[in-house]
Design a binder for this molecule. Structure first.
Ligand SMILES: [Zn+2]
Length: 80
């Protein structure tokens, strides 16, 4: 038995639910985009990280990726 089709309500949040005090980090190595809290972000940057002006390159921050565990070039999306 099939009922009426689902309305696409979840489509709005397909990129992941946005939560307060979180950001997403995009990895140049594994291409994963992972949502982390600001506290987790601080932990990933400890004890060593670099940041370049975003006009220089897309992946302008260097720290550990939570998805693949490599220290590599990352981009932080504070607005997602
Ligand atoms: Zn990665």
């Amino acid at each position: 038995m099939s009922g009426p089709s689902e309305t696409g309500r979840h489509a709005l949040y397909s990129a992941g639910e946005r939560k307060p005090f979180t950001a997403t980090v995009e990895c140049s190595s594994c291409r994963e985009e992972t949502r982390v809290s600001y506290v987790e972000l601080g932990a990933l940057m400890f004890p060593l990280h670099f940041h370049l002006p975003p006009i220089w390159r897309y992946y302008c921050s260097w720290f550990r990726c939570p998805a693949c565990g490599n220290r590599t070039w990352m981009r932080i999306h504070l607005d997602r």
